[in-house]
Design a protein. Sequence first.
Length: 312
Amino acid sequence: MKVDVSIGIIFNMSGQVLLSLRNKTILADYWEFPGGKREENEDLEDALKRELLEEINIDVLNYFLIYTKSVEINNTSYKLNFYRIIDYLGEPYANENQELLWLEPEKLNSINLLETNSEIKKIIKQPLIIGISCAELLGTDNFIKILKKKLKTKAFDILQIRDKTFNKEKKENLLIQINALSKKYNFPIVINDDTELAEKYSVKLIHLSHEKSKIYERNQLFEIFSIAHHQGQSMESIERLKPKFIQLGPVFKTKTHPGKDNIGIENCKDIILENKQYKYIAVGGITMKTIPQVLKSGFSCIASRTRIWDQN
């Protein structure tokens, strides 16, 4: 017998992940991530939405598949499908009188977690989604309003401040507001190129454009989080500066740069294989539907500038 299971990885604004205590006859008193079995004539995504609504009373809006695993229990084969939940409506509530627990990912080893859920512990401790600020398109006030909403469900793990068209005053005003939220909700900030602004507000992580990386000299005040790279560009600055990530793109065609050539997923795979010593961030034209394909291609995480701020 084969059974498909849809499972939700749900965060709150404090970065804690939601767990449910099993009160069933099989594997009772183990903690697990909420979800359940797919019914006949139901697809995995519909099963995810239905199970989370029935089990914990939330209406799932945006999500993507991050991990699958096949296991066998009592002569039954289970395919476990883990989804990162980005946006949802409602507050998790134990509809089935089960015990719920919000817990920091780094503390998952301290509880009796279902063995079949163990691999996901490593995955959710790492950043998967980088939100790129979009205040220049949305307006600063509107962007901050949307940002606060997205923080409620931890729709991103890291925020990269980009907004190239902003003058110094506008960019500083944006940073002041984001910096206050970062300290309150404990999410990292990365600043694009502007080391003067980063130093003024004690932001340690910086992202360098390809051009900036060619002239940048290492500074102990900053950690180079990422360097932008496009197909055909030299890797010389990357080899010299050794960033934590290479931001590679555009992977797909984008609405904001319709005339710009994209690299394509197959070419991205080749670049990653040729330079396996680095970790990669995918950027450009990525949707919730294409994230699983992107992650399978060798990327460690994805960055989004427009779609992540879509309102539901």
